[in-house]
Design a protein around this ligand. Structure first.
Ligand SMILES: Nc1ncnc2c1ncn2[C@@H]1O[C@H](COP(=O)(O)OP(=O)(O)OP(=O)(O)O)[C@@H](O)[C@H]1O
Length: 387
């Protein structure tokens, strides 16, 4: 059911409108002045607002400004009394959806409301569609390092070459893997991700290759492993440096032969999988320390993509912050906040250990805690708060 907020200081008008619209099946909320209206508007999302122009405390135009700042997607219809038609026209120029005159004409009111509702559903639909079209998040940055990575993705993605992605935590290794899959001929298949560090050693084999019923105590049902799930698509082995040596031997065999055997099973099953692996470890050092098989390393690292840390490409911070501000404010349904030059400089100077993931979190905190323009002070307070 659609929610409508009616803001008018005349009780009689609220009552008439409220009765008509409840009868038409709308859910009604009332406010008797602009201030109360704004409070309710900020507390929850309405489908449409009907707002009087002349009101005590906060008048219709002031309400319009503040409400659009808080959520520009909600259509606001002005209610114009005697002598306020010109103001109503001005309000429409400033972003009000339309206006109706007092006393309200039933047909005109219902048609205007219907149009406003249609607009709301179009806005929502467009947002959903936009999200669907760009399944993979854009890779932001124009530093030489990022440009080189984008070039490599273009060249390597359409081949079946295995790729090893290296870099610190939160630099964007998974994003690189997603783009490699998206731009490959396998993009209609699945991208199946396995976080090798998060799975206990004794379960990793069953996770990767599946198991037959009864093959070990907790194997109550037959299970399909990630290799099989990813057949026709891409298998992304994240944190590969944390995989046990036993599992490494089995992965090597799967890569050499293109076949797997489920745990406790006999049958060999062919799989058509492209493997992309990622790690924050120095795998060659792990090889030296006998924690990682050299032959597997060579199998996985046909193409190497190193994603440098944020501290090594500080110029990208400007673009990233701008995009995060836009995305986060849109998620919160508020107008985009700005960032002062000195504040941006403070972000550029900071020693980022959590990389882009940490930067996004800081920007989200700044959006929540700062005013319309984020100041250097806000940044410093935030970073201090973190540690
Ligand atoms: N260039 C970029 N532009 C925009 N967002 C990015 C970029 N790189 C990374 N991100 C975002 O930063 C977050 C962390 O990235 P991602 O998960 O790819 O890092 P990771 O290196 O795989 O981290 P971990 O090693 O901890 O798994 C994600 O939300 C990702 O979408």
């Amino acid at each position: 059911m659609s929610n409508i907020l009616i803001i008018d200081d005349e009780r009689a008008i609220r009552k008439t409108l409220g009765e008509i619209l409840s009868y038409e099946g709308y859910k009604i909320e009332e406010a008797s002045d602009g201030e109360e209206g704004l409070k309710k508007f900020r507390e929850r999302t309405f489908d449409v607002v009907l707002c009087d122009i002349k009101m005590p405390k906060l008048d219709g135009l002031e309400f319009l400004d503040k409400a659009r700042e808080a959520n520009p997607d909600v259509p606001i219809i002005m209610i114009s009394g005697h002598g306020t038609i010109e103001t109503a026209v001005e309000a429409v120029k400033k972003g009000a959806f339309d206006y109706i005159s007092k006393p309200p004409d039933l047909n005109r009111l219902l048609i205007t409301l219907r149009n406003a509702m249609d607009k709301t559903s179009l806005v929502t639909e467009t947002r959903v569609l936009k999200r669907k079209v760009s399944k993979v998040q854009e890779m932001i940055g124009d530093s030489p390092a990022i440009q080189r990575i984008k070039d490599t993705i273009e060249k390597v993605a359409p081949t079946d070459a295995r790729v090893l992605i290296t870099g610190e935590n939160g630099v964007g290794k998974e994003l690189v893997a997603r783009w490699l899959h998206e731009k490959s001929n396998r993009s209609s298949g699945q991208l199946v991700e396995v976080n090798c560090a998060a799975i206990p050693g004794e379960l990793i084999e069953s996770e990767l290759f599946g198991h037959e019923k009864g093959s070990f105590t907790s194997a109550i049902k037959q299970r399909i492993g990630k290799f099989e799930q990813a057949s026709g698509g891409t298998l992304f082995l994240d944190e590969i440096g944390d995989m046990s040596l036993t599992a490494q031997a089995k992965v090597l065999r799967a890569l050499q032969e293109g076949k797997i055997t489920r745990v406790g099973g006999e049958k060999e099953i062919s799989v058509d999988v492209r493997v992309i692996a990622a790690t924050n470890k120095d795998l060659l050092k792990e090889v030296e320390e006998k924690n990682f098989r050299l032959d597997l390393y060579h199998r996985l690292s046909v193409i190497l993509i190193h994603v440098p840390s944020l501290n090594e490409r500080r110029d990208d911070i400007v673009l990233l912050v701008d995009k995060f501000l836009e995305n986060i404010c849109a998620e919160y349904g508020i107008a985009k906040k700005d960032i002062d030059k000195a504040a941006l400089e403070a972000l550029k100077q900071y020693n980022w250990t959590g990389n882009i993931r940490e930067l996004r979190n800081v920007v989200e905190r700044l959006v929540i805690l700062s005013g319309k323009v984020i100041q250097r002070e806000d940044v410093l307070n935030n970073i201090v708060q973190r540690s």
